[in-house]
Design a protein around this ligand. Structure first.
Ligand SMILES: Nc1ncnc2c1ncn2[C@@H]1O[C@H](COP(=O)(O)OP(=O)(O)O)[C@@H](O)[C@H]1O
Ligand SMILES: [Mg+2]
Length: 718
C-alpha cells in the first residue's frame, strides 16, 4: 500500500516538474523507473493502469508545459516525447508479463505447500510413513512419520538401519531378506512386524515395499511405507478370539448346533453331530443331513421349515436322528430364522438335543400314573393324601363317595378349610401326630357331620401323609346291637335270679304283714305295719318289672288283634298324655293277630307313650302304627327258627330324640335321664324283656330333635 502511494506521489511529482521545466521532453522517460519500481510489488493489472497513466501524463505534459527554449528544433522535441511514450509502453508490457509469471510461480508454490501439508496430515492421521533405499549407495531416507511411528526423535534424520533397530533381531533379519529379494526380483512385499523396543514397543507395523526401476530397466532402489496397524490388529485379534470362543462353545455344548441356508442346505454343524452320528461333518453339509433322519420324519422335518416372510420366525420340531450305533433317537430342534449384517438373505440357526431319555421317562411316568390310578381306584379303602401344608394332593373315588365331596373341589385345598368341623377333633390330632412324628396312626372315630363311623389308618409319606379309611358305621351299629343284646341277656339272667329269690322273700313279708295287720289292734303299731306292707307292695311291683325285664314274668300269650287293642287304648292314652299331644293311629287292617300277653302289651304301649310324652313337653304328635313286616334279616342276631313274618307295632313321637351316645343305653335297667323321683329307668328295660320273652324283636331309632321311633315285632298267630 505504501509503495503504491509512493509510486503515485513520484508520478505526480514528475508531472509537476514536467509542467514547470522547459525541457519537458526528458520527463516522459522518467516515468519508466517508477514503473519498474511498481513492478516489484504491484499486481499486473495495477501496472497496466500505472503505464496508461504515465502515457497520459506525458501527453498532458507535452500540451501544458512551457514551450521549448528557442533553438531546439520541434522535430527533436516531438520525437523526444514519442520515444518517451514508447519507452513507457514497452516497460509496462514487460512489467505486466513479469508480474504475470511471478503470480503463476507464487500460486504453484502455494499449491505445493498446501499439498505437502495435506500429505503430512494424511500420513500422520493414517500413521503412514514412507521410506526409500538406494541399492547403489546403500543410502536411505525416511519421512518424519516413520520416526514418529517408531518413537524416534523427529528433530533430526535417522537412517533406515536405525528404524529397523526398533525390531527384534529376527524381524530385522526377515525385513532385510525381503528387501534384498525385492531388489533382486523386483517383486514388492508386504509384511507385519511388532516393534520390540522403545516407547512404541508392542505396536504392530505393516511394511510395504516395491522396487524402483530406472528407465533403462535397472533397479535403482526400493521404496515403501510403514503403517501402524495396532488398532486393526486389536480388532482382528478380538474377532478371532470371539470366533474361537463361539466355536469352542458350539463344539463343547452337549447339543448339536447348526446353520442352514434358505434352501435347507446345512452350512455348518458342530462336531457333536458328527460324533453322534459317526458321519463326517463334511458329509452332513448340504442335504447330507437327511441321511441320518428317520425316513418317517424326513418329510415332516423338511416341511416344518416354512420359508415365510418376516425376520423373527421360530419353531420347534421333533424327529429321530440315527445314532452311530444305529439306534434312532428322538431329538428336539429349536430353529430361528435370522439375517446377519451384510448377509444377502436369511439363514436358519438351530440346535438339536437328544430328548429320547426324557420321552421314554415321560412315557414311563404316564404309564406308572395310569397304573397307580388303577391301583388306587381298585382299592377297597377310601384314600386321600395331604402335603405338609395340609393340602389334599390325591384321592380316589371311594373317598369321594365316603366324604360326599368331588375330587375337583378338594384337590389343592387345605383340608381344614374344606372340613372345618374336623378341626380340633381326634382326626386332626391323629393326623398331626402322624405328620409330626412320622408314625403310623390307626384309630376309629365317629364323624358327626357325615354321621359316619370311620376306621382310619394314616401313614407318613414323603410329601406329607396318606390316609386310608373305611366306613364302619353299619358294622359298628351291628356290633353295638350285639353287645347290647348280650349285655341285656346277662344282666337279665342276674336280675332274674335275684328278683325271683327276692320275690319269695317279699311274699313272706307281705303275707305275714297282712296277717299282723288283720290281727293287731294296737293303734300305735298299725301305721308302722301299714308302711311295711306298702313298701313290700312297691317292692313287689319293682320285682315284677325286674322279672319282666329278665323275661321271667309269667305270661299268658294268646292271639291278639293289635289294631283293636290300640283302638281300645285311645281314650286312656288321650287322658294320660294330655291335650297338647295329638294321637294318630295308623293301623293296617290286614294285620294278622299276634301271639302275645295282651295285658303286658297294653302296659308296654302305655310305657312307650309316657316316654314319648316326657320327650314332648311342648306338645307334639304320637303315632301308633301297625303293619306286617318280613325283615330280610332279623334286626338283631338270633338263633335260627325265628318266624319270618311279624306283626309290627311302631310307636313314634316328634320329641327331642336321643343322642347317639345315649341310644345304646336306653334299654339298660335303671338308665334314666329324668330327675330323681320321676324316672326309674325300668320302663324300656321291661318292654325289652317282655318282647324278647314273647319271641319278638324290638328296635329303636332316634335322632336328636327329630323324634324317636320304637318298633316292636311280634310273632304272627298261626
Ligand atoms: N320317646 C322317647 N323320647 C326321648 N327319650 C326317651 C324316649 N323313651 C325313652 N327315652 C329315654 O330313655 C330313658 C329310659 O327310659 P325308661 O326306661 O322308660 O326310663 P324312664 O322313663 O323312667 O326314664 C329315659 O330317661 C329317656 O331319656
Ligand atoms: Mg319310662
Amino acid at each position: 500500500m505504501i509503495m503504491a502511494v509512493v509510486s503515485g506521489l513520484l508520478m505526480a511529482g514528475l508531472f509537476v516538474g514536467d509542467l514547470f521545466t522547459p525541457l519537458g521532453f526528458a520527463h516522459g522517460v522518467l516515468y519508466v523507473p517508477v514503473l519498474v519500481l511498481a513492478a516489484t510489488f504491484a499486481p499486473p493489472r495495477a501496472l497496466v493502469v500505472l503505464g496508461a497513466t504515465a502515457v497520459l501524463l506525458t501527453l498532458l505534459g507535452w500540451m501544458w508545459s512551457p514551450p521549448p527554449p528557442p533553438g531546439v528544433a520541434a522535430k527533436v522535441y516531438v520525437s523526444n516525447r514519442l520515444i518517451s511514450m514508447l519507452a513507457v509502453v514497452v516497460t509496462t508490457v514487460i512489467a505486466y508479463w513479469l508480474g504475470k509469471t511471478r503470480a503463476g510461480l507464487e500460486m504453484t508454490r502455494n499449491t505445493a505447500q498446501t499439498m505437502s501439508r495435506l500429505l503430512a496430515m494424511a500420513s500422520e492421521v493414517g500413521h503412514l510413513g514412507a521410506w526409500q533405499y538406494s541399492t547403489g549407495t546403500r543410502a536411505s531416507t525416511c519421512s518424519i512419520e516413520v520416526f514418529r511411528l517408531h518413537g524416534l526423535s523427529v528433530e533430526h534424520d535417522h537412517a533406515l538401519e536405525e528404524v529397523l533397530a526398533c525390531y527384534s533381531e529376527q524381524d530385522r533379519q526377515r525385513f532385510k531378506e525381503q528387501l534384498e529379494a525385492c531388489a533382486r526380483t523386483r517383486t514388492g512385499f508386504e509384511d507385519e512386524f511388532r516393534i520390540a523396543s522403545g516407547s512404541r514397543a508392542s505396536r504392530w507395523i505393516r511394511v510395504t515395499a516395491r522396487a524402483v526401476v530406472h528407465d533403462g530397466g535397472r533397479v535403482r532402489g526400493v521404496e515403501g511405507t510403514f503403517q501402524d496397524i495396532s488398532r486393526q490388529k486389536e480388532i482382528e485379534l478380538e474377532l478371532a478370539r470371539s470366533l474361537q470362543r463361539w466355536q469352542s462353545l458350539a463344539e463343547t455344548l452337549p447339543v448339536i448346533i447348526w446353520t442352514a441356508d434358505q434352501g435347507r442346505q446345512l452350512t455348518y454343524t458342530s462336531r457333536s453331530l458328527a460324533d453322534y452320528s459317526g458321519i463326517a461333518a463334511q458329509a452332513l453339509l448340504g442335504d447330507g443331513w437327511t441321511a441320518i433322519v428317520h425316513p418317517d420324519d424326513v418329510t415332516h422335518v423338511a416341511t416344518g421349515w416354512v420359508p415365510s416372510s418376516g425376520s423373527d420366525v421360530r419353531f420347534e420340531s421333533m424327529f429321530r436322528i440315527r445314532r452311530k450305533d444305529g439306534q434312532y433317537r428322538w431329538h428336539l430342534a429349536r430353529v430361528t430364522r435370522m439375517k446377519l449384517q451384510g448377509d444377502p438373505e436369511d439363514s436358519w440357526y438351530g440346535t438339536a438335543m437328544d430328548i429320547d431319555a426324557r420321552i421314554r421317562l415321560e412315557r414311563d411316568v404316564k404309564q406308572a400314573a395310569r397304573r397307580y390310578e388303577t391301583v388306587l381306584e381298585s382299592m377297597t379303602d377310601a384314600i386321600f393324601a395331604m402335603d405338609r401344608n395340609w393340602h389334599v394332593t390325591l384321592m380316589n373315588s371311594h373317598a369321594e363317595v365316603l366324604l360326599d365331596r368331588k375330587k375337583e373341589d378338594l384337590i389343592g385345598k387345605n383340608v381344614w378349610e374344606a372340613f372345618p368341623e374336623a378341626v380340633g377333633t381326634a382326626f386332626q390330632q391323629n393326623y398331626e401326630r402322624c405328620m409330626r412324628h412320622a408314625e403310623v396312626v390307626r384309630f376309629e372315630e365317629w364323624y358327626e357331620p357325615l354321621q359316619k363311623h370311620f376306621e382310619v389308618n394314616a401313614y407318613p409319606s414323603a410329601e406329607g401323609i396318606s390316609v386310608y379309611f373305611r366306613d364302619m358305621t353299619e358294622q359298628r351299629v351291628l356290633r353295638d346291637q350285639l353287645n347290647q343284646s348280650q349285655k341285656l341277656e346277662s344282666i337279665g339272667q342276674l336280675t332274674g335270679g335275684i328278683a325271683h329269690d327276692f320275690n319269695n322273700l317279699l311274699t313272706v313279708i307281705r303275707g305275714n304283714t297282712g296277717l299282723l295287720l288283720d290281727s293287731t289292734h294296737d293303734s300305735g303299731n298299725k301305721p308302722l305295719l301299714q308302711s311295711i306292707s306298702d313298701a313290700a307292695d312297691r317292692g313287689a311291683i319293682m320285682v315284677r318289672r325286674l322279672l319282666a325285664f329278665a323275661r321271667k314274668q309269667e305270661l299268658s300269650p294268646a292271639p291278639v288283634d293289635v289294631n283293636r287293642l290300640a283302638q281300645g287304648m285311645h281314650g286312656l292314652l288321650h287322658r294320660t298324655l294330655g291335650e297338647h299331644i295329638e294321637i294318630t293311629l295308623a293301623l293296617d287292617p290286614a294285620v294278622p293277630p299276634a301271639v302275645v300277653d295282651e295285658v303286658q302289651l297294653e302296659s308296654a304301649l302305655l310305657n312307650l307313650a309316657i316316654n314319648a310324652r316326657d320327650a314332648m313337653p311342648e306338645g307334639g304328635c304320637l303315632t301308633i302304627a301297625t303293619s306286617t313286616v318280613t325283615p330280610d334279616a332279623p334286626p338283631v342276631h338270633q338263633g335260627s327258627g325265628t318266624p319270618a313274618t311279624y306283626v309290627q307295632i311302631e310307636v313314634a313321637d316328634t320329641g327331642k330324640g336321643i343322642s347317639p351316645r345315649m341310644l345304646s343305653k336306653v334299654f339298660d335297667p335303671f338308665f334314666t335321664t329324668k330327675p330323681k323321683g320321676q324316672g326309674t329307668g325300668l320302663g324300656l328295660a321291661m318292654v325289652h324283656g317282655f318282647i324278647k320273652q314273647s319271641a319278638g324283636h324290638i328296635a329303636i331309632d332316634s335322632a336328636e330333635n327329630r323324634g324317636t321311633s320304637i318298633k316292636m315285632l311280634l310273632p304272627v298267630a298261626r
